[in-house]
Design a protein around this ligand. Structure first.
Ligand SMILES: [Zn+2]
Length: 347
């Protein structure tokens, strides 16, 4: 009896936007659709946000990044295939992946439940290929379920910009009614204002120039402070001094200038990453027990909280959407600082 030999099916292809080498423009390439290894899933990507920290890949800022690399750590899509040993996550389930791309479960911090500070933490789109492509694979500990009621394009920016503002605010120590200032009205700040309002704070938005005042109030600010026309620190003191200032604009100089706007026991929460040092004198900290603290995004579980809170409260990102083919234009738009406010790719 003749044996029927079936030729192996050629691997299916997909489009990916990769950075071939540090400092290079994006190139759209055809790649084989990856198979998920054990403990990982394959995601059919529907949307991926463009974040300023994608500069780390584009410019090769971190010397250990392996190229070519596909950036993207604001990923929203659907589980398309599961690797061996994956039981909780199912094909067809909507999921996202944020900055936190995996942890080892074995290091000192992981054994204490502090996954965010894992000594071997993986960053999506940096440690491995991220969401600027039609399919990606990710370890299960990085996955975030996306609730009904959130579109993929809305969920994507919430997985980094959203969780960073939400999580820093909810751990800031501010209580309902406290004066909380959001410095910077951009990709992070426009979400911070909304969260601060929904958390029940008295919200002061600090922006440069008069043009963002109306928008800030529409987003939920009770007070708008124009830092070009007035001294923002003095304006905050007139309101009693801020309990918390969430500093979102990547300007260390601007951050330094508002520290005197903190009230007693006030805290400057730094989430915007400027390259210069923040300047503060010991006296500024000592005499009112002030704190300067940094905050990175959070775990996938905290992202899950963020998405669920957004469904419950109506908080949404303001986005500009581009198709993957226009990644170069979309990236330039993000870099220009003129996007209102988060740029999102669709596949
Ligand atoms: Zn660890």
């Amino acid at each position: 009896m003749a044996t029927l030999r079936v030729a192996p099916k050629p691997a299916a292809k997909m489009k990916a936007a990769q950075i071939p080498r540090p400092g290079s423009a994006f190139e759209i390439v055809e790649r084989e659709i990856p198979e998920p290894p054990a403990g990982q899933v394959r995601i059919k990507v529907n949307a991926c946000g463009i974040c300023h920290s994608d500069v780390l890949v584009r410019e090769g800022v971190l010397p250990w990044i392996q190229f070519p690399r596909v950036p993207g750590h604001e990923v929203a899509g659907v589980v398309d295939e599961v690797g061996d040993g994956v039981s909780v996550w199912k094909k067809g389930q909507r999921v996202g992946v944020g900055w936190h791309g995996g942890h080892d479960n074995t290091c000192r911090e992981c054994r204490r439940g502090d996954y965010r500070n894992c000594r071997n933490v993986q960053v999506t789109g940096i440690s491995y290929d991220g969401g600027y492509q039609q399919y990606m694979v990710a370890p299960v500990e990085a996955l975030v379920p996306i609730p009904d009621g959130l579109s993929d394009t809305d969920a994507a920016p919430l997985l980094d910009a959203g969780i960073t503002t939400y999580n820093s605010l909810r751990h800031s120590g501010a209580l309902p009614g406290d004066l909380v200032a959001i410095q910077g009205i951009g990709g992070l700040g426009h979400l911070g204002i909304q969260f601060a309002n929904k958390f029940g704070y008295k919200v002061a938005a600090i922006g440069r120039g008069p043009e963002n005042g109306a928008l800030a109030k529409k987003l939920g600010a009770h007070v708008y402070i124009d830092s070009q026309a007035t001294n923002a620190a003095e304006e905050l003191q007139k309101l009693g001094g801020a309990h918390v200032i969430i500093a979102t604009a990547p300007s260390s100089k601007a951050m330094s200038s508002v520290i005197d706007g903190l009230g007693p026991n006030g805290k400057l929460m730094v989430i915007g990453a400027g390259a210069e040092p923040i300047e503060v004198t010991p006296a500024q900290l000592i005499f009112s027990n002030r704190v300067v603290q940094g905050w990175a995004a959070g775990t996938p579980a905290a992202s899950e909280d963020t998405l669920n809170f957004c469904v419950m409260s109506g908080v949404r990102p303001m986005i500009e959407v581009y198709p993957l083919e226009k990644v170069e234009e979309a990236y330039a738009r993000m870099l220009s600082g003129k996007a209102e406010f988060r740029v999102v790719l669709t596949m």
